[in-house]
Ligand binder design. Structure first.
Ligand SMILES: NC(=O)c1ccc[n+]([C@@H]2O[C@H](COP(=O)([O-])OP(=O)(O)OC[C@H]3O[C@@H](n4cnc5c(N)ncnc54)[C@H](O)[C@@H]3O)[C@@H](O)[C@H]2O)c1
Ligand SMILES: [Zn+2]
Ligand SMILES: [Zn+2]
Length: 401
């Protein structure tokens, strides 16, 4: 089979690999119809998370069941499925409590596992024609429709970024009428804005510097804020100050609440410096989140912060240790949530929003490519050029031919 393999910093190759075989009676083999390239894959691509060369990458996977082991009960050959990027056992202490993002048995080295990802266990990824799914009853979500139909892209996004973005809004306590600032207009940030609007947020600001991405944020119904044009936190304060509806209904002292109720970090440790978009400043977005939320506000840190980070500048940073404005955090009584998203907690409900026409997350998809085009797509997505925002690798077209 054809598969995308990591071959060192800034090198993804298309290689021939043996088709995986069922190993355990609880496994399933999936013929992949579509697979996504994620912003998280870029951390590996940039050499910022150590990964063994030759690993098949890709954790955003959907397809059709090719075969199942004899112990698999709820899915069968021919079923259409999407796989949560978290691989989970379903029986450990954390899985039992719904925390599939912290499964205790699937990865001997850490409390979480995923397909084709550094530090996430020995699983090969799904930017490939086939992928092996452990504990298939637990790790497949069944889908209606047929491969290549009007939902193919929407369903693919159920593997990661749509539930991840929804989780970000949960961490940030987004509720009807709340005001929200989202940092980052990549797929996760755009869908965090989209989910905030789905939940009925009253004002949603999206901060980035990439024009195509800011335009997309606006199309989704959010207010774009370009950090190259000035301090994004000040820009949000000013936009709120100019909103007459808000200003005319303030209670005494409320003018001090010039920020927002909820902030989402959809950028992570490869954040750019607001004063120089060509320079990295890993703490930039955390600092902005602490500034932009009002007293008693909430922050969802969904962008990743990873150690070890071989590409970081300085010994502490290589260990993932940074300065944090803890006084602001305490002073304002902010609550903050972070970590990997428990995809399985949301994916069925989000699927049903899609099926019933109430959500169309695929609005953020920018490119469909063949597997041969993957190396070039990584490069352009990494540089955030030519509108490369959400790239999907299509296998279905060739399968149909
Ligand atoms: N927690 C999870 O479960 C989970 C799941 C998926 C992705 N992620 C993480 O979410 C983050 C975003 O993923 P993505 O796919 O959207 O990736 P992406 O890299 O395409 O998006 C990041 C965006 O942030 C922008 N940015 C950089 N510095 C900024 C700053 N100072 N202020 C505002 N915007 C800034 C970039 O221009 C880019 O558009 C990544 O760190 C990814 O690893 C986390
Ligand atoms: Zn991802
Ligand atoms: Zn488990």
């Amino acid at each position: 089979m054809k598969a995308v393999t990591y071959e060192g910093t800034h090198t993804m190759s298309v290689s021939d690999r043996p088709k995986p075989k069922l190993k355990a009676p609880t496994d399933a083999l999936v013929r992949v119809t579509t697979s996504g390239i994620c912003g998280s894959d870029l951390h590996m691509y940039d050499g910022r998370t150590p990964l063994e060369e030759g690993t098949v990458v890709g954790h955003e996977i959907m397809g059709v069941i090719e075969s199942v082991g004899e112990a698999v009960k709820s899915i069968k050959q021919g079923d259409r499925v999407v796989l949560p990027f978290n691989i989970a056992c379903g029986f450990c202490f954390n899985c039992h409590r719904g925390h599939t993002e912290a499964c205790l048995t699937m990865n001997p080295e850490a409390p979480h596992a995923a397909y084709g990802y550094a530090g996430m266990g020995p699983y090969q990824g799904g930017q490939a024609e086939f992928v092996l799914v452990p504990y298939a009853d637990f790790n497949c979500l069944k889908l209606p429709g047929k491969p290549g139909d009007q939902w193919e892209d929407d369903f693919l996004l159920l593997s990661d970024v749509f539930p991840t973005a929804f989780h970000a809004t949960e961490l940030a306590c987004v509720k009807p009428g709340k005001t929200v600032a989202v940092f980052g207009a990549g797929p996760v940030g755009l869908l965090s804005a989209y989910c905030s609007l789905l939940k009925g947020a009253s004002e949603v600001y999206v901060v980035d510097s990439i024009p195509e991405r800011l335009k997309k944020a606006q199309e989704l119904g959010a207010t774009p804020v370009n950090f190259v044009e000035g301090d994004p936190v000040e820009q949000i304060f000013n936009l709120r100050k100019k909103n007459k509806g808000i200003q005319q209904s303030l209670r005494p002292g409320e003018e001090k609440m010039q920020g927002v109720d909820c902030a989402i970090d959809a950028v992570g440790y490869q954040a750019r410096d607001d004063n120089n978009a060509n320079k990295e400043k890993p703490t930039q977005v955390v600092e902005n989140c602490m500034k932009v939320v009002n007293a008693t506000g909430h922050v969802g840190l969904i962008g990743v912060y990873i150690a070890p980070d071989p590409g970081a500048k300085g010994a502490e940073a290589k260990k993932g240790i940074y300065e944090f404005p803890i006084a602001d955090f305490f002073d304002k009584g902010i609550t903050m949530g972070s970590g990997q998203a428990p995809v399985k907690k949301y994916n069925e409900y989000l699927r049903d929003l899609i099926v019933n026409g109430r959500a169309k997350p695929s609005k953020i998809v920018s490119h469909h490519i063949d597997i041969e085009d993957v190396p070039e797509a990584y490069s352009k997505f990494d540089k955030r050029i030519e509108g490369y925002t959400k790239v999907l690798i299509r296998f279905i077209d060739k399968q149909a031919a």
